[in-house]
Design a protein around this ligand. Structure first.
Ligand code: IPE
Ligand code: IPE
Ligand code: MG
Length: 247
């Protein structure tokens, strides 16, 4: 099916509120094209733009894109430096278009290992969009799910110094208030490209009941048709949340 047929099939009443994407496979895509890994990351950035465009077109509420994990620091310095530069440049270049499309762009992740100068640069380009009411776009950058939980526990303890009852009042429902995604719905649907069947430390707390789709495509090849097909797959699923309906 082509783009037009797929978009017509999409059921607005069964849209996921929040989609997360583990954008994997840039390196293997580059290798398959006999090019350096950074060439793959640049091609991946184009696919990212396409995915955001579609999210705007279909009026998705929240899109979280995994761009750089806390474990990705263990890659060769040249690749890490290239990735940091690419993220900064793309955020800067794309911000006017994102802003015009009413997208609100946020960074979720840790500040660890990043310079104040770098953080100021990326955060200031995003902050102009924070009053926008359209798509909420989270860039999971220097993000790790385990670190997020630990950061959350630290936030809770800092608050509990003044309000000790917060510890007793903690529940699986309200712990999310201490996470980077506070106030947002949990991801209904998580897509991972390039065929790997693992979470790689992405939204560990929030994905408790997420539907998951593994696409065999490398991220640079993940186009609007692939994204729409994934969403249609989601819409055909039955979510049960551990329950059984009374007959
Ligand atoms: C995903 O592509 C991008 C990042 C992790 C930053 P990879 O760089 O992991 O590509 P593969 O998995 O080596 O193909
Ligand atoms: C997950 O991909 C991280 C991002 C897409 C940013 P990785 O390529 O880092 O994950 P592993 O190493 O295959 O688990
Ligand atoms: Mg990878």
């Amino acid at each position: 099916m082509d783009y037009k047929e797929l978009i017509e099939k999409l059921d607005q009443a069964r849209m996921p509120h929040h989609v997360g994407i583990i954008m994997d496979g840039n390196g293997r895509w580059a290798k398959a094209h006999n090019r350096p890994r950074l060439f793959g990351h640049r091609a991946g950035a184009k696919a990212t733009r396409t995915a955001v465009e579609l999210a705007v077109e279909i009026k998705l509420e929240v899109l979280t894109l995994y761009a750089f994990s806390t474990e990705n620091w263990s890659r060769p310095k040249k690749e890490v430096d290239g990735l940091l530069k690419l993220v900064k440049e793309k955020l800067y270049d794309e911000m006017p278009v994102l802003h015009n499309n009413n997208v609100s762009v946020h960074r979720i992740g840790s500040n660890m290992n990043l310079s104040d100068e770098y953080l100021n640069e990326i955060d200031s380009s995003m902050s102009t969009t924070h009053n926008n009411s359209g798509l909420r776009l989270n860039i999971a950058f220097n993000y790790g799910g385990r670190l997020e939980v630990i950061d959350g526990i630290k936030k809770l303890y800092a608050k509990a110094e003044l309000n000790p009852e917060l510890i007793q009042e903690l529940t699986p429902e309200n712990f999310g208030d201490y996470l980077y995604t506070a106030g947002l719905p949990d991801p209904d649907f998580i897509i991972r490209t390039s065929g790997e069947s693992r979470m790689s430390n992405f939204l560990l707390w929030q994905s408790a009941y997420s539907e998951i789709l593994i696409s065999p495509l490398y991220w640079p090849d993940f186009d609007k048709v692939a994204f729409l097909s994934a969403l249609l797959d989601y819409q055909n699923r039955k979510r049960r949340f551990g329950g059984v309906k009374a007959k």
